[in-house]
Design a protein around this ligand. Structure first.
Ligand code: ZN
Ligand code: ZN
Length: 415
């Protein structure tokens, strides 16, 4: 077992903090920074703040949260109290964002933290919070400010990702996995990320030029045609503010993704990794699609939970996202199930049941619900990603005339 205070851990944490500031939010000289984090993430946050000031930031606001404090509230707070959101808390974020601050959010949450909490209490709070911070959300959702979400190891998360492993060792192993997944273990993480962003950009542009009608997945237990929405747009990699400042909204990110057509998905798909959903593991599962809809779902483990996802609403039986990720992804190389979508969805090619993203259909942001639906963009209350890619997966682009072009062979991009 290694020592968490060792200089190698410390220098990796330095490199990680630097990556989040320089590439994640890409903080500009003179720019303010908002950091949202759990108290347990303090060692990383202190480094982030230090680097931000070194780069010339005039002010860094750290908004601390505490998962266990939230848990107590949701467990023991009186009924009807969960809509309380102190104004100043939301105002702090709104004011700084309106002044052009960049925003970094650190996630380190125990995936089971709220497993035994009444979900209605959480939903009541989330609705009130979203309403209170709407002007902030509006700025970040249209990329008017640089923003980034990244992970940090915590005891609660690490002991779920490594069950049965002693706390300290679990935390070290989760940090190792995060460092591998974010290329911190390479010789020059900042340069590697610039190259990686360039690759994602060229892949996205290539897919957007080809205007495929569908993508077809073939692998063990999978033969699936995913028709794409009319006017679909591939997204992924770096984002850009209106002023032209680039940033990486999710760290790590390995995917290029777009909108499937809600009525044009046919065939069988077998999940290549287990899916962790609200603290339950769904494993060894296969879905059969006809006319875009799941008509059969069989799970070796977690059948009930899988059925409950599909029964959320009509749109939960249809796809809202298709994403391509090579099997060489450093998240796959980390070799663990993180139990956190930020990481797990970047391990392999995946699809998501439920809601599609407006940004993946040209002009959808200004369309009515009916117009969006007419493009094939799916709508649902839920959005659940599951992995289908592997080193045995072939992917073809299917053109309008039905001819195909190879996109991936054995899980690797065909150049
Ligand atoms: Zn995705
Ligand atoms: Zn997704």
């Amino acid at each position: 077992m290694r020592d968490m205070t060792s200089s190698s851990f410390d220098s990796r944490l330095d490199a990680y903090a630097e990556l989040l500031v320089r590439v994640g939010v890409n903080l500009q000289p003179g720019q303010k920074l908002i950091v949202r984090a759990d108290v347990e993430d303090a060692p990383l946050v202190r480094k982030v703040v230090d680097i931000a000031y070194s780069l010339g930031s005039p002010y860094v606001e750290v908004l601390w949260g505490d998962g266990l404090v939230s848990r107590s509230r949701f467990l023991k707070g009186p009924e009807g109290s969960f809509g309380i959101v102190p104004e100043y808390r939301a105002q702090g974020m709104i004011q700084l964002a309106q002044e052009g601050a960049a925003s970094l959010a650190i996630t380190s949450e125990d995936p089971d933290l709220l497993a035994d909490v009444n979900p209605e209490n959480v939903a009541e709070f989330q609705a009130a919070w979203r309403k209170a911070v709407r002007p902030y959300m509006e700025l970040s959702m249209r990329d008017a400010i640089q923003w980034c979400v990244a992970g940090a190891a915590s005891v609660g998360w690490a002991t779920k990702a490594f069950p049965g492993v002693p706390e300290q060792e679990a935390v070290e192993r989760l940090w190792d996995a995060i460092f591998t997944a974010t290329r911190i273990t390479t010789d020059d993480p900042v340069r590697r990320w610039r190259e990686h962003n360039e690759q994602l950009r060229s892949m996205r542009e290539r897919l957007n030029e080809r205007r495929y009608a569908a993508v077809r997945f073939k692998g063990p237990g999978t033969d699936l045609s995913v028709g794409l929405a009319d006017g679909h747009r591939w997204d992924g990699g770096e984002s850009k503010t209106p002023a032209g400042t680039t940033f990486v909204a999710n760290m790590p990110t390995e995917e290029v993704f777009t909108a499937p057509h809600r009525e044009r998905v046919d065939g069988v798909v077998r999940a290549s990794m287990p899916l962790s959903y609200n603290g339950t593991l769904i494993d060894d599962f296969t879905l059969t699609f006809e006319g875009g809809q799941v008509v059969k779902a069989v799970a070796g483990k977690g059948q009930k939970v899988l059925d409950s996802i599909l029964d959320t609403d009509e749109g939960a039986r249809r796809l809202g996202e298709v994403a391509l990720v090579p099997a060489s992804s450093p998240i796959a190389q980390a070799g663990i199930l993180f139990l956190n979508t930020l990481f797990d969805e970047n391990a392999a090619s995946h699809v998501a049941l439920g809601r599609g993203y407006e940004m993946t259909v040209e002009g959808a942001a200004s369309m009515s619900e009916e117009e969006k639906r007419a493009t094939g963009l799916n709508d649902s209350l839920t959005h659940v990603d599951f992995m289908i890619g592997s080193a045995e997966m072939d992917v073809d682009g299917v053109k309008q005339d039905g001819t195909t072009e190879p996109l991936m062979r054995q899980g690797a991009w065909v150049s």
